[in-house]
Design a protein. Structure first.
Length: 94
């Protein structure tokens, strides 16, 4: 968490802000990560429901990506990267 993620071409995608896992049998398995400033906001709390004024901030920070586990290269955990270009990544709806 918090590591910068680059795409296959070395372009910065954002920081890893959230891991999404599901229970498979008795093990928790990470199935995707969320990256970008909007993912940080998602991780902290949905502020727009608490304070309407912060919905403006949320709109500015909405850029976030969902990256499936199979599109990650973690051979060097200190420098994780996506195995596809940033243009091919799926952006989450705000």
């Amino acid at each position: 968490m918090g590591r910068r993620l680059c795409d296959v071409d070395g372009r910065k995608v954002g920081r890893i802000e959230e891991l999404v896992a599901e229970l498979r049998g008795t093990d928790w398995v990470v199935i995707e990560i969320h990256v970008g400033p909007g993912a940080l906001l998602e991780r902290l709390v949905d502020l727009s429901t608490l304070v309407p004024l912060l919905s403006t901030l949320e709109r500015r920070l909405r850029k976030r990506y969902r990256i499936p586990w199979n599109q990650l290269d973690l051979t060097n955990p200190r420098r994780p990267k996506a195995t596809v270009a940033v243009a091919a990544l799926r952006q989450l709806d705000a």
